[in-house]
Design a protein around this ligand. Structure first.
Ligand SMILES: [Mn+2]
Length: 544
């Protein structure tokens, strides 16, 4: 993961050449002028054949495919995850939790895979249970090594692997009473009392822990060796020593098994309910080997920082990345009408009526005294020529002509030749199915009554495509049905003639009204119409 926060730069769904080039070009520009953030060009779907041609020609990589901009577990989880081994003493776990100020800790096997979780509730329950009866290690044998570690003590007799299951005694009784209650194998904490020490060993104590750092006499140690009793010196007093010995049990004894796990790529919306259902209000993000990668807690879910996105070449929710309503839109750079994207705070937003978003990007480079990479400049020229149909579309402005002239000079090529080659290479749609033609450049618009309509466009040379009219109408009908559109229309635009034949299925009355024509044989002839954005969408939106 990059250290710098990501901002995705994305155009619209059904990406065209301007949308892809603008994402690439503006991400590059923003990285130059705003090094505090890392801008990543993204796309929302497969590129069309024209864009593919332009990418190949310019040698630029396709932008990253972005499925959505919703938050994932990995976006909010604490990834410097602390874990404890299942055999670690409980005391170590408690200290880690206190030091890191966390309420739960994942417990792992020797191979690092998750096996349980210790929560504050586990610890509290252990204490409550303990206070109800004798302190015994019957259920959770404890090793001498763990005891020495927890006490930061010293082992005088015995070895670290010895384990005990007996009861824990802090000797406050007389030597005579000791024999009445103690059993062989018990753990005995005792002070500087030589007779008591000797008596405990004689009674078969498993471990003798001598408090206050006072070394027992050689005679006692000798008996311990003979009887197989381990002897440990604790630097602490008897009370603290006994508390800590209880905390030397391995943490698997106390942990909860089967903790809630999630995948780092899971969406927050998918896991929130599960996290709220477990008492520790957290989930452990694990990789495919079940190794903890992070912890996500209720607090992380409450006010997560949304992902950031910069929109180019569109400003409609319906045309934007899934989840954009919840994302942090940091800027809009567009040459369409002002859409329905809403933001919580003021942001730089540009809706400038020029022929392409690429034009606006090149203007920004020039205003800042910077030059795009040659490959990026090639993409931007392809985008400008694509959106303006080689500077012929009525959307073309003097600023587009100026940018085209500049790019011709920078790239040392002829824009007209370049554009003709591009359209020639990609306007042959004979190999595409009617479905692909209808879907690949479809745009969705919302009506004032909350319904949705779609307008697709295909650019051709000549009108041979209309021989496939029935097939195209069928594909439109299918798209309309699948998306519950009020109507679906297709602009078949002849880029050489400079006109459009419009097909429409569904309730097309507003289309007829907008263009004052019911058409002939199901085709509305729109001479001179080349731009969906400038000549079709505004007229339609005014009557919808
Ligand atoms: Mn555009």
């Amino acid at each position: 993961m990059s250290a710098l926060p990501h901002v995705y730069v994305t155009g619209h769904k059904n990406p065209d050449t301007d949308t892809i080039a603008s994402a690439i070009g503006y991400a590059e520009f923003k990285n130059l002028v705003d090094p505090e953030n890392h801008y990543v060009a993204a796309r929302l779907g497969d590129v069309n054949s024209q864009t593919e041609w332009a990418l190949e020609k310019s040698g630029v990589e396709q932008p990253t495919l972005l499925d959505h901009i919703m938050l994932r577990v990995k976006d909010v989880m604490a990834s410097d995850v602390a874990v404890a081994n299942k055999n670690d003493p409980l005391r170590k776990v408690g200290l880690m939790m206190a030091k890191r100020n966390i309420s739960q800790l994942p417990i792992v096997e020797n191979d690092g895979s998750l096996t349980g979780i210790i929560t504050e509730r586990n610890l509290a329950r252990m204490y409550v249970r303990e206070s109800r009866g004798a302190s015994t290690f019957a259920d959770s044998p404890v090793s001498v090594g763990a005891m020495v570690e927890v006490l930061e003590g010293e082992l005088l007799v015995g070895d670290v692997d010895m384990e005990f299951k007996g009861q824990l005694w802090v000797i406050s009784m007389s030597v005579d009473s000791m024999g009445k209650s103690m059993e062989p194998g018990d753990v005995v904490v005792i002070g500087d009392r030589q007779t008591g020490q000797r008596r405990a060993i004689e009674l078969g104590a498993g471990v003798l822990v001598v408090s206050n750092g006072i070394r027992p006499g050689e005679e006692v140690l000798e008996i311990a060796r003979e009887r197989g009793t381990a002897v440990v010196i604790s630097p602490l007093d008897s009370y603290v020593t006994s508390r800590l010995i209880q905390l030397s049990v391995p943490c698997w004894e106390v942990m909860s098994e089967n903790p809630l796990t999630v995948n780092p790529d899971d969406l927050l919306t998918e896991i929130t309910e599960q996290v709220m259902e477990v008492h520790y209000r957290a989930a452990i993000a694990v990789d495919d080997r079940n190794v903890p990668m992070g912890v996500v807690t209720r607090t992380d879910l409450l006010n997560p920082k949304p992902r950031r996105v910069l929109l180019v070449d569109h400003a409609e929710i319906g045309q934007s990345v899934a989840g954009v309503e919840k994302a942090d839109v940091v800027e809009i750079l567009d040459h369409h009408h002002v859409g329905d994207i809403e933001t919580n705070s003021p942001i730089p937003a540009t809706f400038d009526p020029v022929g392409s978003t690429a034009t606006l990007i090149v203007e920004r480079y020039r205003a800042s005294g910077l030059d795009p990479e040659e490959s990026t400049a090639t993409m931007l020229l392809a985008a400008l020529l694509s959106d303006t149909v080689i500077l012929n579309s009525p959307t073309t402005t003097d600023r587009d002509l100026e940018v085209a002239r500049y790019l011709e000079e920078v790239l040392d090529l002829d824009a007209n030749e370049f554009g003709t080659e591009m359209f020639g290479a990609s306007s042959d749609v004979s190999s595409l199915s009617a479905e692909e033609i209808v879907i690949r450049d479809a745009k969705e618009y919302g009506t004032s009554s909350g319904e949705k309509v779609s307008v697709s466009q295909v650019e051709t040379v000549g009108n041979g495509l209309l021989e496939r009219k029935d097939e195209l109408l069928e594909a439109l009908e299918e798209m309309k049905g699948e998306n519950s559109y009020l109507f679906s229309a297709l602009m078949v635009t002849d880029i050489m003639e400079g006109g459009t034949q419009l097909l429409c299925v569904g309730d097309c009355s507003s289309v007829h009204q907008a263009f004052d024509s019911r058409g002939k044989n199901g085709i509305i002839d729109l001479p001179g119409v080349m731009s969906r954005k400038k000549q079709v969408a505004p007229v339609l939106l005014s009557v919808l």
